[in-house]
Design a protein around this ligand. Structure first.
Ligand code: PLP
Length: 451
C-alpha cells in the first residue's frame, strides 16, 4: 500500500530545515533549497514526495546491496522483533541471531578470521579496532606498540577515534582530531598525484611510504596499518597493481597488524564476499557494516583472527556497545547473507553485471570532460578534467564541477555522488542491464549539462 506523506512537501522541508541537523550538510544550503524528501523505494528506484522516480546509483550510502523492498528481510525483522526484540551479549548472555551471524561470518571470511565483535556501525567497529589492536599488543607484553598508520583521504568513520583514523582533513579541522598516535601516509591515487611516474612505479612508491613511516616511528612502536582495499568515500581510488603486494610484504616483515576496512568493499561489492579477496590482501582484522544488512538495520563489527581473539580472550576487554549483536539487526543480516548466497548475487557481480557495468561505465571516458574511469565490481568513479592528456584538475574551483554534475544528475533523477572532481557510482548489486543503460545515459546527459 502507498504510504502517504504526513504533511505537504513544503511543510516537511520547512520543519526539516528548522529542526533536523543533517550529517555532512551545510545548514544554510538546506534552508535555501530544501531537502528532497524520499518517501519509498523498490529495487534500485527511490520515489520522492512529488512522485518522481529516481535511480539510486549509490545504493543509499553504498549499503543497500540487495536493493530496496526485500520482503524476506522485513519478515526476518518482524519475526525477531516479536520473539526477542532486544537482549544484550554482555556478562555471559547470548542469543541465537548473534551466535549464528558470527558463525556464518567466520565461514565466509578469508583465512583464520574466525571471531566477530559486533558494533552498531562502521565507525564504532573501527573504534573497537583501535582499542583492540593496542590492547592486543599490551597483552602480548609490547605496550609501546600504540601507533596506528592510516592514509590521507581514507574514510573510516565519523566518531573521534574512527575520524582520526580517517584521513579527511576537513574532518580533522573540527573537534580535536586526530587523537595522538595516529599517523597518515599518502594515498595511492595515481590520477591526481602520480606525476610522471607510471602507475606501477607510483604504486610501489606509495607502498614504500608505509615502510618509511614504520622506520621513522620505530617498528617496536607500531601496532597496525588500516586501509580500505579500495578507498570508497575518498573517490573510489583503485590502487595500481603494485601497491597491495608491497604493502603485504611490509606489514609481514615488520610484524604489524593489518586492518582491512571492508565497510564498503564487503558483501559482494567488488565481486567477492570481501574486497580483500579481490585485491589479494590477507588482513588480521576486517571492519564490516553497511552491506552486512544491506542497510535495512544498523549493524557493524570486526572480524578478527583466531590469534587476536585468543590473546584478547585472555583478559576482560572493557569495551562494548548496548547494541553489539542486536538480535533484530543480526537476524536481518543473516537473512541478507542467505539471499546474497542463494541467489548467486555475488557471482553475478563477478561474472555478469559487473563486467557489463564496467564496459558501459568506461564508455563515459569518451565524454570530453571525463579523463579516466576506475571501476571494480560495482563501485566506480570517473575523474572530471579540463585536459585529459595532462590529467589536469579544474583550477580554483576544486569540487565545483563535481558538485554541479551531481546536481544535474539529481535533477535528471539519478543519484550519483561527487568527491572533489570525481563522480562516483555504487549501485545496488541487483541492478539490471537495462537499469545500467539508464544510469549511463543519465550520467552522460548530466555531464553535458554541467560542462
Ligand atoms: N569505513 C568505511 C570504509 C566507510 O565507507 C564508512 C562509511 O561510509 C565507515 C567506515 C563508517 O561507517 P558508519 O557510517 O556506519 O559509521
Amino acid at each position: 500500500a502507498q504510504i502517504s506523506n504526513p504533511l505537504p512537501t513544503a511543510d516537511l522541508q520547512a520543519l526539516d530545515a528548522a529542526h533536523h541537523m543533517h550529517p555532512f550538510t551545510h545548514g544554510a544550503a538546506l534552508g535555501a533549497k530544501g531537502a528532497r524528501i524520499i518517501t519509498r523505494a523498490e529495487g534500485c528506484w527511490l520515489t520522492d514526495s512529488e512522485g518522481n522516480r529516481i535511480l539510486d546509483g549509490m545504493a543509499g550510502l553504498w549499503c543497500v546491496n540487495l536493493g530496496y523492498g526485500r520482503q524476506e528481510l522485513v519478515d526476518a525483522a518482524t519475526r525477531q522483533m516479536s520473539e526477542l526484540p532486544f537482549y544484550n551479549t554482555f556478562f555471559q548472555t547470548s542469543h541465537a541471531p548473534a551466535i549464528q551471524l558470527a558463525a556464518r561470518l567466520a565461514e565466509l571470511a578469508p583465512g583464520d578470521l574466525n571471531h566477530v565483535f559486533f558494533a552498531g556501525s562502521g565507525s564504532e567497529a573501527n573504534d573497537t579496532n583501535l582499542r583492540m589492536v593496542r590492547t592486543y599488543w599490551e597483552l602480548k607484553g609490547q605496550p609501546a606498540r600504540k601507533a596506528v598508520i592510516s592514509r590521507w583521504n581514507a574514510y573510516h568513520g565519523s566518531s573521534v577515534g574512527s575520524g582520526s583514523l580517517g584521513g579527511m582533513k576537513g574532518m580533522h579541522a573540527q573537534g580535536g582530531m586526530p587523537i595522538p598516535d595516529i599517523h597518515h601516509i599518502d594515498q595511492p591515487n595515481w590520477w591526481a598525484e602520480g606525476g610522471d611516474l607510471s602507475p606501477e612505479e607510483f604504486g610501489l612508491e606509495r607502498a614504500k611510504q608505509l615502510e618509511a613511516k614504520i622506520q621513522e616511528l620505530g617498528p617496536e612502536n607500531v601496532a597496525a596499518f588500516i586501509a580500505e582495499p579500495l578507498q570508497g568515500a575518498g573517490g573510489v581510488i583503485v590502487p595500481p597493481e603494485s601497491y597491495w603486494p608491497e604493502v603485504m610484504r611490509i606489514v609481514r616483515e615488520y610484524g604489524i597488524l593489518l586492518i582491512a576496512d571492508e565497510v564498503i568493499c564487503g558483501f559482494g561489492r567488488t565481486g567477492n564476499w570481501f574486497g580483500s579477496q579481490t585485491l589479494g590482501i590477507q588482513p588480521d582484522i576486517m571492519t564490516i557494516a553497511k552491506g552486512l544488512s544491506s542497510g535495512y538495520l544498523p549493524i557493524g563489527g570486526s572480524i578478527v583472527s583466531s590469534e587476536i581473539a585468543r590473546v584478547i580472550g585472555d583478559a576482560e576487554f572493557n569495551h562494548g556497545y548496548t547494541y553489539s549483536g542486536h538480535p533484530v539487526a543480526a537476524a536481518v543480516a543473516l537473512e541478507n547473507l542467505r539471499i546474497l548466497d542463494e541467489e548467486g548475487i555475488i557471482t553475478r557481480v563477478r561474472e555478469e553485471i559487473g563486467p557489463y557495468l564496467k564496459e558501459k561505465f568506461e564508455s563515459l571516458t569518451e565524454h570530453p570532460m571525463v579523463g579516466e574511469a576506475s571501476i571494480v565490481g560495482m563501485m566506480g568513479s570517473i575523474a572530471l578534467t579540463p585536459d585529459k592528456a595532462r590529467r589536469a584538475a579544474f583550477r580554483g574551483e576544486e569540487g565545483q564541477i563535481g558538485l554541479m554534475t551531481r546536481e544535474r544528475c539529481f535533477a535528471n533523477n539519478l543519484v550519483m555522488r561527487h568527491v572533489g572532481d570525481r563522480m562516483i557510482i555504487s549501485p545496488p548489486l541487483v541492478i539490471s542491464k537495462d537499469e545500467v543503460d539508464v544510469l549511463i545515459a543519465r550520467a552522460w546527459k548530466s555531464l553535458d549539462e554541467a560542462m
